[in-house]
Design a protein around this ligand. Structure first.
Ligand code: AMP
Ligand code: ZN
Length: 460
C-alpha cells in the first residue's frame, strides 16, 4: 500500500513521495520556551516522532529540523499582546536583557529535552534556537522588501497579504480550525487585518536591524530556519492545528513570495489538541499538567505516549486521570504479555502481522489499529515466543513504547519468601492460608501466577 497522509493543504489524504527519493526533509514547529511544556504541547512532538519513525520504517532517511522559539512570539499568534519570553522574565523577576532571555530559554529547553527523553521521543536531526538565526530572518525580510511585499508602520515591518493572490490557501478561506489562531488584532496602521509583522520594533530590548532594534516576527523564524537547513522547498511541515490559520499560512506567504517557488512545503500535517474538561489545555489559562505531574503520581510517562497513540493524531482527545490510568494498566498488560514470552531470542518478524501493522501506519498513521496488531500478535498461540518478541521489537521501532529495555524486575526476597510459604500451604491443602498469603503478596505490589506445576511472581 502506498504511504498516505492527510495534507492540510488540500484537506485530503494524498500519496506521499519525497522530493529527493532517498531523504525526507521535515520541519517541526518547536516549543516557545518561556515556561514548562504541558502535556498538550507534547502531543505535537509525540506525533512528529511517530511520523519520523514511520517514514524510516517505510525505508526513508529523515532529516528533521525543529526550532526553539526563544524570542518574538506574542501572546496572540497574530501580532498583538505581550511577548512570551518577556512575560517569562517578568514572572521570574529577571531584568529584561537578551542575556537573561537566553538563560530563560536554556532552562526551559533543557526541561523540554528531558520531557522528550521520558516520552521516548527521539531528538530531531537539528534543534536550533530561533535567536541564533536573526541574520537569516532579516535577510528574508530584505528579500521581501526588495520585491515590494512589505510596508512600514510605527511598530514594525509588515507583509501585505493583498500582494499574494492565493494567500490563505492552507486554511481555504474558512477559519474553522482554531478560534485562537483566527483572532487577528485590529491595528489601525495595518492595510489589511491579516497583514502580519515580519519585524517588530522594540526600543527596550532586541536585535539591531536595517529597520530598527527589535525582534523578527514569529512566523519568519520558521521560514528562515526551514530554508537554511532544508532548502527553499521541502517535504513535510508539522505543527498543531492552531498553527494552520495564522502561523503556517503566513510562513507559506512569506516563503513563496520571497523565493518565487511553489509550494514551499508539499505536505502540511497538523496534530489536534489535547483538551481538559472540554476546553483546550493552555499555558496561558493555567489549566494544564506538566509531564512531571504524571511522574509525581507514580505513573510511567510512556503511558501518556500509549494513551495518545490510542487515538489518531487528527482526533481531539480529552485528558482525564482515569483515562491515563486505564492506558497505564493496558501498557502494563502489554509489557507483561511480552515478558511472559520468556528469554527466547533470535526469532523472526511475523510477516503476516507486519504487513497489517505497516498497512495501518501507511494509512495516515492509524496508530490505534497498529496497537491492536501488537496485541494480537502477542496473543496468537500459533506464533512462537521468539517470533512474537522479534515482531513486537520491530513494531516498537515506530510505537516507541520501550520494549527494547524491558526486563523482568528482580523480585525482593520478602516476596519470594511469602510465595514459598504459600506454596507450602497449598501443598498442605491449607487453602485459607494460601489465599491470605496471595492477598498479602498482592497488597505489596506483586502477583502469583500458577503455571504448569509451578508458579511465577510478577510485579503488578
Ligand atoms: P508553544 O510552546 O505554545 O509554541 O506550543 C508548542 C506546540 O504545542 C505547538 O505545536 C502547538 O500547536 C501545540 N499545542 C498547544 N496547545 C496544545 C494542546 N492543548 N493540545 C495539543 N497541542 C497543543
Ligand atoms: Zn513555526
Amino acid at each position: 500500500m502506498p504511504l498516505k497522509f492527510f495534507n492540510t493543504l488540500g484537506r485530503k489524504k494524498e500519496i506521499f513521495t519525497p522530493i529527493d527519493s532517498k531523504e525526507v526533509r521535515m520541519y517541526t514547529c518547536g516549543p516557545t520556551v518561556y515556561n514548562y511544556a504541558h502535556i498538550g504541547n507534547l502531543r505535537a512532538y509525540v506525533f512528529a516522532d511517530v511520523l519520523c519513525r514511520t517514514l524510516e520504517y517505510c525505508g526513508y532517511k529523515v532529516k528533521q529540523i525543529m526550532n526553539i522559539t526563544d524570542m518574538g512570539h506574542l501572546s496572540s499568534d497574530a501580532d498583538s499582546g505581550e511577548d512570551k519570553m518577556t512575560k517569562g522574565l517578568l514572572r521570574e523577576g529577571k531584568e529584561l536583557t537578551l542575556k537573561n532571555m537566553r538563560k530563560l530559554a536554556d532552562f526551559y529547553t533543557e526541561k523540554f529535552k528531558e520531557d522528550l527523553v521520558k516520552l521516548n521521543i527521539r531528538m530531531p536531526s537539528g534543534l536550533y534556537y530561533a535567536s541564533d538565526l536573526v541574520k537569516e530572518d532579516a535577510d528574508l525580510v530584505k528579500r521581501l522588501e526588495e520585491k515590494g511585499y512589505t510596508y512600514k508602520t510605527r511598530d514594525g515591518i509588515y507583509f501585505d497579504v493583498s500582494k499574494m493572490p492565493d494567500y490563505g490557501a492552507l486554511w481555504g478561506g474558512k477559519r474553522t480550525w482554531s478560534e485562537e489562531g483566527a483572532r487577528v488584532e485590529i491595528n489601525s496602521e495595518k492595510r489589511h487585518p491579516e497583514d502580519f509583522a515580519l519585524w517588530k520594533f522594540n526600543p527596550k530590548i532586541g536585535f539591531p536591524s536595517p529597520w530598527g532594534q527589535g525582534f523578527p516576527g514569529w512566523h519568519i523564524e520558521c521560514s528562515a530556519m526551514g530554508m537554511k537547513y532544508l532548502g527553499e522547498q521541502f517535504d513535510v511541515h508539522t505543527g498543531g492545528v492552531d498553527h494552520i490559520s495564522t502561523h503556517h499560512t503566513n510562513e507559506i506567504a512569506q516563503s513563496e513570495c520571497a523565493t518565487g517557488k511553489k509550494p514551499f512545503v508539499r505536505f502540511w500535517l497538523h496534530s489536534e489538541f489535547v483538551d481538559i474538561g472540554g476546553a483546550k489545555m493552555a499555558k496561558s489559562d493555567e489549566n494544564f499538567f506538566k509531564l512531571n505531574s504524571i511522574i509525581e503520581k507514580g505513573i510511567n510517562p510512556v503511558a501518556y505516549r500509549y494513551w495518545l497513540l490510542m487515538a489518531n493524531y487528527r482526533t481531539k482527545v480529552n485528558f482525564t486521570w482515569k483515562a491515563l490510568e486505564g492506558a497505564e494498566a493496558a501498557l502494563k498488560r502489554l509489557y507483561r504479555l511480552y515478558l511472559d514470552q520468556g528469554e527466547a531470542v533470535a526469532g523472526n518478524v511475523n510477516m503476516k502481522y507486519k504487513n497489517k501493522f505497516k498497512k495501518y501506519l501507511e494509512d495516515d498513521l492509524d496508530t490505534p489499529r497498529a496497537l491492536t496488531v501488537m496485541w494480537n500478535v502477542l496473543k496468537d498461540e500459533k506464533v512462537s515466543n521468539a517470533d512474537k518478541k522479534a515482531t513486537v521489537l520491530d513494531f516498537d521501532k515506530v510505537l516507541g513504547l520501550g520494549f527494547e529495555n524491558l526486563k523482568e524486575e528482580e523480585i525482593p526476597d520478602e516476596i519470594k519468601k511469602l510465595a514459598l510459604e504459600r506454596e507450602e500451604a497449598r501443598g498442605k491443602k491449607d487453602f485459607k492460608k494460601s489465599d491470605q498469603l496471595r492477598k498479602k503478596i498482592n497488597s505489596l505490589g506483586y502477583e502469583i501466577k500458577d503455571i504448569g506445576g509451578g508458579y511465577k511472581i510478577n510485579k503488578i
